[in-house]
Design a protein around this ligand. Structure first.
Ligand SMILES: *Cc1c(COP(=O)(O)O)cnc(C)c1O
Length: 798
């Protein structure tokens, strides 16, 4: 297609003329962008087709990653880089007077996810392809991605994310592979067939849109399949068509903007069944194109369930096996349990997904019937395993008190259950899911998360990449553990000062962005201390703000108390219905307003809230960080992945011993991380003792008292009511996440960083040591772990 700059230019110009009837010079910027994107897709298409043929020819086993969310971000640069055609395109465009960065900026983020869980799915797809493993992603083609966040007068305002406005050049609509999904109706026994029959249902047509997932330096190109709902040919006769069409459109309209509590709505359940049913249908059809029956289904397919959202895979697969392919229950169950594996992402009680029996029975009558039977047999199994331990039984039943417990269904129907960091997996095994670990001794395992070091280091931070490559070459692109070759350089003063310069460059880029978007001047010589992630009480952005308030109050009180200049940077979206989270955003902005405009202190302290945190903005923010704030209450953050991205880019982790922070701290050693706060077991003991009182903390620590008082004395807002809910959360509701308890230890940790940063050589050493150890947190390592222990795949050879 094109291998040289000249060939690229010829092709580009030809396509502009063909598509828009004008020359490159006359074409609009968006036209140039769309042509470039199409060219890259078509370039990838050859490999895409070859991958499909190679997998078919060898009859290879594939993994199907089912996830309600894929937080992909932009693909143009990523795909060009992975294909090795970025430089050719850049130079070719430059010859036409086009700056490739202007085209890059026109791409919308594919924001089909909320945060860490969705981003993990995207990183996994990148690593799977780059490691040449055969993999399919399955999800929903949402019309609107995760909402865009605007900050108005300090408050979050949600704006729809119209990511498809210019179309999505990456996707290919595949109407040939469309299928039907059935909702509502009832189940009757059919004497003629001797089976159950679903009647009076409403059918919806599911049409797949396929996106190529381009691997790095391999021909292997996998598929992310996005399902879109359309009206079926079998329009329901008992319903007005406009109403039916509206209900169909609703299915794929929006991503639920909530990653931790489940929206108890029929629509959400519809979304789940919709993509599960459609996804399974296409896997089964593909299987039967090659094999005479489904008896070897699990030998050729493994389905990874990303959290409980796609767990209907288990009963739906049973339904298809039994109703459509006449399998006996035991044979079907045996195959299902050898096919499915489940990843748990949270232990927050409010996030454990449950569905009311009535809702499920109405919407999915046959599927519910099967869940009932799974539950009935599961009860038998439990009784037999535990010699009728009725208390245990009550704790593990899949259907309990009128609700279907999705995590329990997932564990019963999967051969593997994994947590996403060692601490998290231990907590599942030893505490939260102990009963299940007793019932199924070898099911539970750990797969510590990772992030693709290509997007999150190589592509987003070319300055640091050059520095690394100058020192140790670029083998780490393929073998991220080779970043360890940096170890001898961490104490080298020339490398240290080069690193410092790179960091300054990246801070300048972010400072320019902040100036443009927030109108705030920030000092690149200050410490960039950054906390970017979803806003949630357990992540404790509020602890960070409280400490900022404390610093400000001290500096105002005592003119001899001054800190090394700090810029505290936040980015966070709050779920639209999460009132407390939104107030915390408002508080950050109110504190920023006052602090940034106080001439007495603003040389030392600035606060910035960057709006609309998402993948593309993260790629700018993370390389600029000196300090990575990972301060969740111990035991609450399953893994975290931004902690890994920051580490790769040479930031020091300021964190609790939570999630993957524990593993980061172990790897880099005490000198290269700053840990504070209660440990997981201390949090538990304190909670269990019932002795914690936030009023005691308040009364015994004047610093805390002053900070808390300022929330309700009009310091940050003319209305004393504005932040009352935050005050109440901490004081009236006794500070569920122990912010006050950890405050002093956090303050000391911040002080330590303040001192560490002033020894520039040692600071650079710390950052380089972090980079050197970060290869472990590449999702390439995570994927190899899944392949070895769970998926058992072979690489595709083309
Ligand atoms: C990595 C990432 C996350 C996850 O961040 P945590 O701090 O681990 O919760 C969330 N959102 C985006 C856009 C990300 O890139």
């Amino acid at each position: 297609m094109f291998n040289t700059k000249e060939e690229f230019k010829y092709e580009f110009s030809k396509r502009i003329i063909e598509s828009y009837g004008r020359t490159v010079e006359e074409a609009h910027l968006t036209e140039k962008f769309m042509v470039l994107e199409t060219m890259v897709r078509d370039y990838a298409s050859v490999n895409w087709a070859m991958t499909k043929m190679a997998v078919q020819a060898k009859q290879q086993k594939q993994v199907h990653y089912f996830s309600m969310e894929f937080l992909v971000g932009r693909l143009l640069v990523n795909n060009m880089m992975n294909l090795g055609i970025y430089e050719i395109a850049k130079e070719g465009l430059a010859d036409y007077g086009i700056n490739i960065h202007d085209l890059e900026e026109l791409e919308s983020d594919a924001g089909l996810g909320n945060g860490g869980l969705g981003r993990l799915a995207a990183c996994f797809m990148d690593s799977l392809a780059s490691l040449s493993y055969p993999a399919f992603g399955n999800t929903i083609r949402y019309d609107y991605g995760f909402f865009k966040q605007k900050i108005e007068n300090g408050y979050q305002v949600e704006v729809p994310d119209q990511w498809l406005r210019l179309g999505n050049m990456w996707e290919v609509r595949k109407p040939k592979h469309a299928t039907e999904v059935k909702f509502w109706g009832k189940v009757i026994w059919d004497d003629a067939t001797g089976g159950w029959k679903h009647v009076d249902y409403e059918a919806v047509r599911a049409v797949p849109y396929d996106m190529p997932i381009v691997g790095n330096d391999t021909k292997v190109t996998n598929t992310l399949r996005l399902w879109k709902a359309e009206p079926s040919e079998n329009i329901p006769t008992n319903k007005d068509f406009r109403q039916y069409a509206q209900e169909v459109n609703d299915i794929c309209q929006t991503l639920y903007p909530d990653d931790s509590t489940h929206a108890g709505r029929v629509l959400r359940l519809k979304q789940q069944y919709f993509f599960v049913c459609a996804g399974l249908n296409s896997i089964i059809r593909a299987h039967l194109r090659v094999y005479p029956d489904l008896t070897n289904f699990h030998e050729k397919n493994v389905i990874q369930l990303n959290d409980t959202h796609p767990v209907l895979v288990i009963p739906e697969l049973m339904r298809v096996f039994i109703d459509d392919y006449n399998m006996e229950w035991d044979d079907a169950w045996n195959i299902v349990c050898k096919t499915c594996a489940y990843t748990n992402h949270t232990i927050l009680a409010e996030a454990l997904e449950k569905w009311p029996v009535d809702m499920m029975r109405d919407l999915l009558p046959r599927v519910y019937q099967i869940i009932e039977e799974i539950n009935r047999r599961f009860i038998g199994f439990v009784k037999q395993q535990t010699e009728n331990d009725n208390e245990l039984l009550q704790r593990v039943m899949i259907i309990k008190d009128g609700q279907v417990h999705m995590a329990r269904l997932a564990i019963a129907g999967s051969f593997s259950v994994n947590g996403v960091a060692q601490l998290h997996s231990d907590i599942l095994k030893e505490r939260e899911m102990k009963d299940f670990d007793t019932l199924y001794p070898n099911k539970f395992n750990n797969k510590t998360n990772g992030v693709t070091h290509r997007r999150w280091l190589a592509y987003c931070n070319p300055q640091l990449t050059s520095l690394i490559n100058e020192s140790i070459g670029d083998s780490w692109m393929h073998r991220p553990d080779d970043l360890e070759k940096l170890a001898p350089y961490v104490t080298d003063s020339i490398t240290q000062s080069k690193f410092y310069n790179v960091k300054q460059q990246r801070k300048q880029i972010l400072a320019d962005y902040i100036k443009e978007h927030n109108g705030i001047d920030v000092d690149v010589n200050s410490i960039f201390d950054i906390q970017v992630k979803r806003l949630h009480a357990y992540k404790r952005q509020l602890l960070n703000v409280m400490h900022i308030i404390y610093l400000y109050q001290r500096m105002k009180e005592d003119s001899s108390f001054r800190i090394y200049p700090h810029t505290y940077i936040f980015g966070a979206k709050a779920a639209p219905s999460y009132y407390l989270a939104k107030k915390i955003i408002k508080l950050i902005n109110s504190v920023a307003d006052k602090v940034n405009n106080d001439p007495e202190t603003n040389k030392y302290l600035k606060v910035v809230f960057i709006e609309n945190y998402g993948v593309t903005i993260a790629e700018k923010i993370i390389p600029a960080a000196d300090v990575s704030e990972q301060i969740s209450t111990a035991g609450k953050e399953a893994s975290g992945t931004s902690n890994m991205k920051f580490m790769m880019n040479g930031a020091l982790t300021l964190g609790t011993l939570d999630g993957a922070n524990v593993e980061i701290a172990e790897l880099v050693g005490d000198d290269n991380v700053v840990i504070f706060g209660m440990k997981d077991n201390e949090v538990n003991d304190l909670k269990a003792s019932g002795s914690y009182s936030s009023w005691n903390e308040y009364n015994n620590n004047p610093n805390i008292k002053k900070v808390i008082d300022s929330l309700v004395d009009g310091t940050w807002n003319s209305s004393r009511e504005e932040f009352k809910i935050i005050f109440d959360e901490l004081m009236a509701r006794n500070d569920e996440y122990f912010l006050l308890k950890d405050f002093e230890s956090y303050r000391l940790a911040q002080e330590k960083i303040n001192n560490l940063y002033q020894d520039r050589a040692n600071w650079s050493k710390i950052c380089l040591a972090n980079i050197a150890k970060s290869g472990h947190f590449s999702s390439d390592r995570t994927i190899e772990d899944y392949v070895k222990d769970i998926w058992h795949l072979n690489r595709v050879k083309i």
